[in-house]
Write a protein that binds this ligand. Structure first.
Ligand code: HEM
Length: 425
């Protein structure tokens, strides 16, 4: 048994907030170990990186998600009582409700809805006037995902719901007013979604049977009971919120198309040839998820005293798995800072080595069930963007790595040069 390098003496929360994506990587480099002891949020914690650590981290006989995530994240991003905090059989049962929503047909339907909404928005953009793509994407995704999920969204409410759903992920990791806006948004969004659930159960709205709203409203726990309205609301928002959050990746996709014109050409050529899905746009989507930052890490707690990669970890200790660092590990990716979609062309990627949305198997562990949606939406929007006529004005589109989630500082501004072509790209 080797002692865990690092120190639990000095609280490092401020350092982690200053550089959330590289905090673990820097600690690991400093100590020359993939397992490092530190102190965060006034409590000892352990930071771990690497595919082997990711595999060990998934073992729910050793780790629990119960109370693993800081309360401020539960009070904003996750909500109380959702799938993220469950373990074992209860977790797998609830998780199946989410993975059941991701059939290829349903994912393609959502991608088509997003594309249609984006085209509609693009038709309304005045020629020559700047458009902040990140803002446009959030509105497009809110309308599309509500339609897809069977959640009524009157036009008058669309702007407000976009704002609330955004605040849930945008303010969770912030300090100050952005975070307090996220807390208020969580209250409003929980009330809204619980009302939708009650109306479905009362027969006042009947979403399609294959929709998320139907699945959540009528889901039964292992004991046979329907979910409490508040819990069902949290789970419905677990579909709506992260789909709107795909706007972050869409802004990065626009950023990548601008900075790597050869990728835009390859996607355009493929669209012109009317190639079926699974082509360059999908490779591009994977590279967007690998290259750009989104979730820095995920958290669990040790169920008992254990050895992690040969290092002792005390019972109850919070362990943070370095998602960003694993996606940028030089040993695996060779040139991690290069943006190169081709790296996914023949790679059967390792679920512990490519972890933009968590590690392992989504059916049995906590890995995100929404990856098929995320990839399909990035690919669809990239195809649509390369078919639009726009220029990219002078702007500061550097990526703000101190922000959670990181974003291009300008939000990616374009200036349309003409209306969208009538033909689909
Ligand atoms: C912007 C794109 C997305 C990112 C970056 C993302 C990221 C993540 C991450 C890091 C986790 C935690 C994994 C873990 O704890 O090990 C997660 C879990 C989850 N995601 Fe996503 N996600 C995205 C999109 C989606 C979408 C589109 C959906 C659903 C429509 C979704 C639904 C969920 C749910 C329900 C969980 C909880 C899973 C569990 O605890 O078992 N996500 N996601």
């Amino acid at each position: 048994m080797e002692p865990t390098p690092g120190t639990t003496g000095l609280d490092r929360t401020l350092a982690a907030l200053r550089d959330p994506y590289r905090f673990i990587g820097r600690a690991v480099d400093r100590h020359g170990s993939p397992v490092v002891a530190t102190r965060l949020l006034l409590a000892p914690a352990v930071c771990v990186t690497g595919a082997a650590a990711a595999a060990e981290f998934q073992d729910d006989t050793h780790f629990t998600r119960h109370r693993a995530v800081p309360r401020r994240v539960v009070a904003t991003l996750f909500g109380r009582g959702g799938v993220q905090g469950l373990d074992g059989a209860e977790h797998r049962h609830r998780k199946a409700m989410f993975t059941g929503l991701m059939s290829a047909d349903r994912v393609a339907e959502l991608a088509a809805l997003v594309d249609a909404e984006l085209l509609r928005a693009a038709r309304s953009w005045p020629v020559g006037e700047p458009v902040v793509l990140y803002d446009a994407f959030r509105a497009v995704l809110t309308r599309a995902v509500c339609a897809w999920a069977g959640v009524p969204l009157p036009t008058v409410d669309a702007e407000r719901r976009t704002r609330e759903l955004t605040a849930l992920f945008d303010g969770a990791g912030a300090v100050g007013p952005r975070h307090w806006r996220a807390r208020l948004a969580r209250r409003a969004a929980d009330r809204w979604a619980a009302d939708v659930i009650r109306r479905i159960r009362a027969g006042r709205i009947t979403p399609p049977e294959d929709s998320a709203a139907h699945a959540v409203a009528w889901h039964r726990s292992l004991d046979g009971a329907l979910l409490a309205p508040h819990t069902a609301a949290v789970e419905l928002l677990n579909v709506l919120r992260p789909t709107v959050a795909v706007a972050v990746y869409l802004a990065f996709a626009a950023h990548a198309l601008h900075h790597h014109p050869r990728c835009a050409r390859a996607i355009g050529d493929e669209a012109a040839a009317d190639a079926p899905g699974g082509g360059y746009a999908e490779l591009f989507a994977q590279e967007v998820r690998r290259h750009y930052p989104f979730f820095p890490a995920v958290a669990a707690r040790a169920r008992h005293d254990l050895l992690f990669q040969g290092h002792p970890v005390r019972r109850g200790r919070r362990v943070l798995l370095d998602l960003y660092g694993i996606n940028h590990a030089a040993e695996r990716w060779g040139d991690p800072e290069e943006f190169r979609p081709e790296r996914f062309a023949d790679a059967q990627w390792d679920p512990y080595g490519f972890v933009p949305q968590g590690a392992g198997d989504p059916a049995t562990g906590h890995r995100c069930p929404g990856e098929p949606i995320t990839v399909a939406l990035i690919a669809a929007v990239a195809r649509r963007l390369v078919g639009l006529r726009y220029e990219v004005p002078e702007q500061d589109d550097t990526v703000d790595m101190a922000r959670l989630p990181a974003l291009p500082r300008s939000g990616c501004v374009i200036r349309p040069l003409g209306p969208p072509p009538e033909q689909a790209p």
